[in-house]
Design a protein around this ligand. Structure first.
Ligand code: ZN
Length: 402
């Protein structure tokens, strides 16, 4: 594996300006430096300096000179992202599988693998994930340099200390994932909850309206949420924000692992849906994908199960909308992404249950990353920091890369 040394930490205004320039190029590139100055409000001199630093690090490239429409006026040299030089690694931990992926600077998944982890311990699972990543990088076969590893999972992920605090797989509780992965890869490692990471991904690569304010609701085998204003995700003390798994759902009698009855996670999770689908004879194997396939084929009993879950998701979404009043609430739920009518069912439940949201078709959206939310969330953990502070993190001037 090609490795870079961590760059010396440098913060401050020039770092923040470079982040602003890099994000503007991501959104609008190729773009002239004068236009960057105009749309960001940064001075032309600041944009010139930041662009030069980003070009020097291989994050931006200069395109051939363009003259004005008449051939008169000052010619300018637009800049664009240099996508060829770097990749990030992503590792997403789910209840039964690990997803590993290579992503480029635009958050595109270049290669991925989804592998069962058979309930191994964290050290073995991370060892295997790193081996898989090295295999993907070799198969991908280019000379891109990995600039870091992002780790995402459901549950309570303490991004500050680099430790998993509370995950439905008990063996992970207290495990120092960041230290383990840094030791194994020699790369910078960042970790976060997948709900928070998906907000970062939407801010950078998805729905622009989330930059105002957003609630992200993730529904899979774990159910959790995250909140951001002004593009900044709220973590709170020990990064505990967003734990909605054990919020009670009306009329639910499902027993939860926490000992109570009727928790959101126990009522709406993929596993509960699979169990009920097996009982109803909709699927023959306890595999969520089989249930999704039945729903896609519009099998009536499968559609009814997904509609019921969508209603429950809508009720939880309504509570979150009333609590946070965000510009948008984004649902990441494979049923909502793939089953016809599911998003409408969520919106109807929101309309019924929310005291404040009067236009769910405008405020409740499905994820921008259907079918790839897990690898994108993992990669976004590291990409978010790169786009925040590109000079302080990971990437050194090119002369520094051996
Ligand atoms: Zn519970």
């Amino acid at each position: 594996m090609v490795r870079t040394q961590p760059a010396p930490r440098r913060a401050g205004r020039s770092g923040a300006s470079a982040g602003t320039v890099l994000r503007t190029v991501l959104e609008r590139g190729p773009i002239a430096r004068s236009t960057i100055a105009r749309v960001t409000g940064l001075s032309p001199a600041t944009v010139t300096t930041a662009s030069a630093q980003l070009v020097e690090r291989g994050l931006l490239r200069e395109l051939p000179e363009i003259s004005g429409p008449t051939g008169l006026g000052r010619p300018h040299v637009p800049v664009d992202l240099d996508e060829s030089r770097y990749v990030v690694y992503g590792i997403h931990l789910a209840m039964t599988h690990v997803t590993t992926a290579l992503l480029d600077l635009r958050g595109r998944v270049l290669a991925r693998s989804r592998d069962p982890h058979f309930g191994l311990g964290p050290a073995e699972i991370l060892r295997d994930a790193v081996t898989t990543l090295e295999g993907l990088a070799a198969e991908h076969g280019d000379m891109s340099v990995p600039i870091g590893v992002g780790f995402a999972a459901g549950g309570w992920i303490d991004s500050e200390s680099g430790v998993v605090r509370d995950h439905p797989i008990p063996g992970w509780n207290g495990y120092p994932v960041r230290a383990d992965l840094e030791h194994r890869t020699g790369l910078d490692v960042r970790m976060d909850s997948h709900a928070r990471a998906l907000i970062d991904a939407e801010v950078l690569f998805g729905e622009p309206r989330v930059r105002e304010s957003v609630v992200q609701l993730f529904v899979g085998n774990v159910v959790d949420a995250a909140f951001a204003t002004g593009g900044v995700v709220h973590h709170g003390p020990r990064a505990a924000a967003g734990a909605v798994a054990h919020v009670p759902v009306e009329h639910s009698v499902e027993k939860c692992a926490c000992g109570r009855t009727g928790c959101v996670q126990a009522t709406l999770s993929d596993r509960v849906l699979v169990r009920r689908a097996m009982q109803l004879g909709i699927i023959e194997r306890p595999i969520f994908r089989d249930l999704l396939d039945a729903g896609r084929r519009r099998q009536p009993a499968a559609l009814a199960l997904f509609a019921e879950r969508a209603h429950g998701v809508g009720v939880v979404a309504a509570r979150l909308l009333d609590l946070f009043n965000p510009e948008v609430l984004i649902v990441c739920d494979q049923g909502v992404s793939h089953i016809p009518g599911s998003l409408d069912a969520v919106r109807r439940a929101v309309a019924d249950a929310s005291a404040t949201c009067d236009d769910p078709s405008n405020s409740v959206l499905s994820t921008s990353f259907p079918g790839r939310a897990l690898p994108v969330s993992a990669g976004a953990v590291i990409l978010a920091e790169l786009y925040r502070t590109p000079l302080a993190s990971f990437v050194r001037p090119l002369a520094g890369i051996s």
